[in-house]
Design a protein around this ligand. Structure first.
Ligand code: PEP
Ligand code: MN
Length: 354
């Protein structure tokens, strides 16, 4: 696949920024937010018109009545507009109302039937399409989605890394897996990559560091949720920032010219950060189980420390560690520290409840 420039009419300065609310709510909210963004120099406006929600009964987007609001904003400010499409009807309506960029959401990318339906509807149209990663970390599924859209003759394609859902509790709403996005860059060097810090972080305070991380990794663009009154947003209120805050974030990004060697190092450091995060999550999980064991021991009047079990853990783990190519001293030290903390956790739990 060879991709054509996404928006040839715009300069290719990094980052290309797409900004706007999670959802279009009213004409006034679209215009107020869009005007404020345009005044800060932002050139591409996003707004969800149809919202995929986990459960029925929530706000599912205003639907087609919102499309003229975007048209009005475009006429008034010259901003390009971007909306999410998930079905044939969405694509047809968005194109009929002159939407400039379509994006495909994470739940949709994960569904090959939906992707094919969108691709078939797009055939014969020349519109840029941004494809978010599927909710699950499957790079082949993501590429399959890109191939379906490309196969319909759409060659202005970009991708959006919006993180991946995880059963584990983490600081992120959707855990970033930067190496997956970097793998796409390796395979398709001219495919523009965007980062969506809003859906990765799920929290306002994570938007800025995530934008910077994406820039450090050589991403081309950012798609960020921005609302004129974030706390009152009808969807994703916690992760939206005002146009002023967004301007501050973008203006203060450090944009380094990436060359291959440092990019590799950044990638490796990123992998280390991801692994360290996982180690912390797993340790927290282990401490939680320790507290459950403490509760059990409490209910059954058992002592906290059972020496036999302690020796068994240390010996078994150090043997396993050696099999994985680590020194037995190192593994012993790590597990002594973990076990020590686990005993303290159990003592604390017992003192609190007995
Ligand atoms: C969105 O961009 O508002 C959205 C629903 O995103 P995602 O598909 O990443 O969840
Ligand atoms: Mn959203």
């Amino acid at each position: 696949m060879t991709f054509e420039p996404l928006l040839p009419q715009m300069d290719n300065k990094r980052p290309m920024v797409i900004a706007g609310p999670c959802s279009a709510e009213s004409e006034e909210q679209v215009l107020t937010t869009g005007r404020a963004l345009a005044a800060k120099g932002f050139k591409i406006f996003r707004a969800g018109i149809w919202k995929p929600r986990t459960k029925p009964g929530g706000f599912e987007g205003v639907g087609v009545i919102g499309l003229p609001w975007l048209q009005k904003l475009k006429e008034e400010t010259g901003m390009l507009t971007a909306v999410e499409v998930a079905t044939k009807a969405h694509v047809e309506a968005a194109l009929a109302f002159g939407v400039d960029i379509l994006w495909i959401g994470a739940r949709t990318t994960a569904n090959p039937f939906a992707m094919q339906e969108i691709a078939d509807t797009l055939r014969g149209h020349d519109v840029p399409v941004l494809i978010k990663n599927p909710v699950n970390p499957d790079v082949e599924l993501w590429i399959g989605g890109i191939e379906r859209i490309y196969g319909a003759g759409i060659h202005r394609i970009g991708v959006i890394h919006r993180g991946f859902s995880s059963a584990d509790k983490t600081i992120y709403r959707n855990v970033p897996q930067w190496h997956i996005a970097i793998e796409l860059r390796r395979r398709f060097p001219n495919l523009p990559i965007f980062c969506d810090p809003s859906h990765i972080g799920g929290r306002r305070d994570l938007v800025k560091p995530l934008c910077q991380q994406a820039m450090d990794l050589g991403f081309d663009g950012l798609i960020v949720e921005s609302h004129c009154n974030p706390d009152a947003a009808w969807s994703d209120a916690k992760q939206q920032v005002t146009p002023d805050v967004l301007d501050e974030i973008i203006s203060n990004l450090v944009i380094r010219d990436t060359v291959q060697t440092t990019e590799d190092l950044v990638d490796l450091r990123q992998q280390i950060d991801e692994i360290d995060n996982k180690i912390l999550e797993i340790l927290a999980k282990r401490m939680r189980v320790s507290r459950e064991i403490a509760q059990y021991k409490l209910e059954h009047a058992m002592p906290v420390l059972q020496a036999g079990r302690y020796d068994e853990i240390l010996n078994k783990r150090s043997e396993q560690g050696v099999a994985f190519g680590m020194s037995s001293e190192f593994v012993k030290e790590v597990f002594e520290a973990i076990h020590g903390e686990s005993v303290r956790t159990q003592m604390q739990h017992i003192n609190k409840w007995s």
